[in-house]
Write a protein that binds this ligand. Structure first.
Ligand code: LLP
Length: 430
């Protein structure tokens, strides 16, 4: 039986799976499937756990919007006091629309366009996390054109191995992210010469889904060396941004406890009195959400049994893209169930459209399954591949449920396309 410990808001009550005080079967009846369902209690607990762990220091928790940028979720995070880590003007617009304070926004990303930089300067964000020398000069140019100052930090690659999936390791020497450790001092010196640049911070983000504390400690120690060196050059760092990356339990991982994380970092930070910034995404929202799906058919091939469900890789790409494991459990548990081994597959025309392989389940056509730990990098990475509408999203709190994003309609799918062409049979025949 699946371990529900990482999901304190999930429980079976008389064989029925509940999220908080709502039955998932009821949610499927009301909203249909596939459906993303989030627990407000899980989200707020995860956020508070983070902020409380660092309560002894001036800290800004900048939730990484890329993990899940739904406006209602952002709004709840605003109300909890969160700041935000953004990687595009689009994400900044989401934050502003949700009522977020621009003075709590850090702007990461390797490819900030001029338009995005200008938009962020006008919005008066807290800091740009610069990822290259070329970006430094672009920000200087934009700030000078606007006759404004830009607050900056450099995202430095401490070159430590986060021991996670290579696709989500970002702090290694050859990564496209951040600036190489060895060039950082030189870049700070250059930045210090520029009229419209104000050096505020230093930043690193070494990867995602990290479950070993040591890479975080190594990264911090390297960054502290730089802060010291900069101080000797008269460059004062007023905030230290340690990025995100804290892992969660998908299957059997033991995530780093926030107490251990905070203790390890804070005990090394006595010599730094500035503000601390963190950019957690997955840790806040990952285990606060699940994807509810219905079994369409059971299908048997000589070597496999498939449970073909109505969710697919367009709804949740992580299994196909990273071979990621998401726990899949029955929404209704039959007494004396017989378990069979299934590959849970979606309807998309790709061999890789498998949401979970070799899963022991007791299920049949029409049953509901819950795909767990899908709050982060789930809905946000969904697409319309195979002309499939993206799933609706619902936020649950105790016995209340709120639709926070509608299922896409066919009109939504074709909204960007120009239908003038439909009145003529071909471009060559007029
Ligand atoms: N800050 C920066 C600069 C980042 O690039 C990221 C994630 C975060 C913070 C948040 O990291 P988290 O706390 O969520 O680990 N799509 C992948 C994950 C990509 C992460 C990209 N950067 C996945 O589904 O696993």
């Amino acid at each position: 039986m699946a371990n529900l410990t990482p999901f304190p808001e999930l429980s079976y009550r008389q064989q029925e799976l509940y999220i908080e005080d709502i039955s998932l079967t009821d949610l499927a009846t009301i909203y249909g499937t596939p459906l993303y369902v989030y627990s407000y209690s899980a989200l707020s607990k995860a956020y508070r756990e983070f902020s409380e762990a660092f309560a002894s220091r001036e800290t800004m928790i900048c939730y990484a919007v890329k993990a899940n940028g739904n406006l209602a979720l952002l709004r709840e995070l605003v109300m909890l006091g969160a700041g935000f880590d953004i990687v595009s003007a689009g994400e900044l617009k989401r934050v502003l629309k949700a009522g977020g304070d621009p003075q709590k926004v850090v702007f990461s990303g390797v490819g900030k366009s001029k338009e995005e930089i200008i938009f962020a300067l006008n919005a008066n964000i807290f800091c740009f996390n610069i990822e290259s020398e070329a970006e430094l000069y672009r920000i200087q140019e934009c700030a000078s054109e606007l006759n404004m100052d830009a607050n900056v930090s450099f995202r430095v690659n401490p070159d430590v191995d986060p021991k996670t999936h290579p696709y989500i390791s970002t702090g290694l020497k050859n990564s496209k992210f951040g600036v190489p450790f060895d060039t950082a001092i030189d870049l700070y010196k250059k930045a210090n010469q520029l009229n419209n640049i104000i050096i505020k911070g230093i930043d690193c983000h070494i990867g995602s889904q990290i479950t070993d504390l040591n890479p975080f400690i190594e990264a911090l120690e390297r960054i502290l060396e730089l802060i010291d060196e900069l101080k000797h050059l008269g460059i004062i760092i007023s905030h230290l941004d340690l990025g995100g990356g804290l892992g969660i339990t998908y299957k059997d991982e033991s995530p780093i406890s926030l107490a251990a994380y905070a203790e390890a970092l804070l005990s090394r930070l006595h010599g730094f009195s500035g503000k601390l910034v963190f950019e957690p995404g997955r840790r806040i929202i990952g285990n606060s959400g699940l994807l509810l799906t219905k079994v369409e058919f059971l299908k048997h091939s000589p070597e496999h049994q498939f449970a073909i469900v109505d969710a697919a890789m367009n709804d949740l790409v992580r299994p196909s893209l990273y071979d990621a494991w998401h726990e899949i459990i029955e929404v209704t548990r039959q007494p004396n169930l017989t378990l069979n081994e299934f590959d849970v597959a979606g309807p998309v025309c790709e061999t890789g459209d498998i949401l979970g392989s070799k899963r022991k389940l007791s299920t049949k056509s029409g049953d509901l399954l819950a795909i767990l730990s899908t709050g982060a990098y789930g809905s946000v990475m969904s697409s319309n591949y195979n002309a499939r509408s993206r799933a609706a999203e619902v936020l649950v709190y105790k016995d209340q449920h709120y639709l926070i994003s509608q299922r896409e309609s066919f009109d939504d799918l074709i909204r960007r396309e120009l239908t003038d062409f439909l009145t003529q049979s071909s471009l060559t025949k007029t």
